[in-house]
Write a new protein. Structure first.
Length: 277
C-alpha cells in the first residue's frame, strides 16, 4: 500500500520473454518507501535482477506500472503538474539513481583520477582530457580517504591493477558522487571473498547511512540480508513471496527464511549458494 513516504510504487509488474513462455516477472507489486534499505533474496532465476533493472528501465517491462516520484516511468509520456504532456527523459531518470553491479562498472584501463572525474561529470568524456578538473583532486582524495584503503595516494594508478574489494568500494563511492535519490546494488559482493565482501558491506552501510539513500540490494547471502537494512523481500518464479521489515526482520534467522520459502513456494530451496550462505 502506498503512503506519503513512498518513493517507488511497483504495481503488477511483468517482464515476459519468448511470447510469454518465460515469465521473469509475473505480477510484482511492492511499495518502496523513502529511507528503505531493502535486501532482495531468492534462488537464481527468481527475477531479482530483472526486477532491479526494471526500476531504471534497463529492462523494459511487458506490463504493469513503476511510479517514481508520482510519474509512471513505464510510459513514454506523462502529464506534468500543469497538465502538459512531457516526454520521459530516461537519462535524467537514471541520473537520480546509482547502480553498482556484480562486475565492477569501472574503466580498468584508466586511472583512479580519470574514473572519478568521469563519475563526477556523470560519464561525460569531453575528450577526457578536458573532463579531468585538476582542482578536484583534493576533493577526490578526501572522498577516497573515507574508504580507509589508501587509494587517496594512488590517483594515477590504473583501476585494473586494484583488488576486487578496492574496485567495488570505488564503484560504490563513484555511484554517489553526484546527488542521487535511489541506490541499486545488484549482487555487488558476489564476486568477492568473504573477508573482502564484509569490508565492502561495511563501506556500503557507511555510504547509505551518511547519504540517507533509499537502497535495494540483491544478495545470495541470507545472513547479510538479515543483518543489513530495515527490510527484506524474497522472490521466487517472478513473484514476491515474502516481505518483512522492522523488528520482525531483526529477529529472523536463516532457518526462518528457509521455512518461509518452503511455506510460500511449496517446496525446498534447492540453491546451494543461498543455503550455504
Amino acid at each position: 500500500m502506498a503512503t506519503n513516504d513512498s518513493m517507488i510504487q511497483v504495481k503488477d509488474l511483468k517482464k515476459h520473454y519468448k511470447m510469454g513462455t518465460i515469465r521473469a516477472l509475473d505480477g510484482v507489486t511492492v511499495n518502496i518507501n523513502k529511507g528503505d534499505v531493502m535486501a532482495v533474496i531468492g534462488p537464481s532465476g527468481s527475477g531479482k535482477s530483472t526486477f532491479l533493472r526494471s526500476l531504471n528501465l534497463l529492462e523494459e517491462p511487458t506490463g504493469g506500472a513503476i511510479i517514481f516520484s508520482g510519474v509512471d516511468i513505464t510510459k513514454k509520456k506523462y502529464q506534468d503538474e500543469n497538465g502538459k504532456t512531457v516526454k520521459l527523459d530516461i537519462d535524467a531518470l537514471r541520473q537520480r539513481m546509482g547502480m553498482v553491479f556484480q562486475h565492477f562498472n569501472l574503466f580498468p584501463h584508466m586511472t583512479i583520477l580519470e574514473n572519478m572525474s568521469l563519475a563526477d561529470n556523470k560519464g561525460n568524456f569531453y575528450g577526457l582530457g578536458k573532463g579531468i578538473n585538476k582542482n578536484r583532486k583534493s576533493y577526490y582524495q578526501e572522498l577516497l580517504s573515507q574508504l580507509n584503503l589508501g587509494l587517496e595516494n594512488k590517483l594515477n594508478v590504473k583501476v585494473g591493477s586494484l583488488s576486487g574489494g578496492q574496485r567495488q568500494a570505488m564503484a560504490l563511492l563513484m555511484s554517489t558522487m553526484t546527488p542521487i535519490e535511489f541506490l541499486i546494488l545488484d549482487e555487488h559482493t558476489a564476486a568477492l571473498d568473504p573477508k573482502t565482501a564484509a569490508k565492502v558491506l561495511e563501506t556500503t552501510d557507511k555510504i547509505v547511512n551518511s547519504e540517507h539513500l533509499t537502497t535495494l540490494m540483491i544478495t545470495h547471502n541470507m545472513r547479510d540480508a538479515i543483518a543489513h537494512g530495515n527490510r527484506l523481500i524474497m522472490m521466487n518464479a517472478g513473484h514476491v513471496i515474502y516481505d518483512v521489515a522492522g523488528e520482525e526482520k531483526k529477529h529472523l534467522t536463516v532457518q526462518d527464511l528457509l521455512a518461509k520459502f518452503e511455506e510460500a513456494a511449496g517446496g525446498e530451496l534447492a540453491n546451494d549458494r543461498m543455503i550455504l550462505s
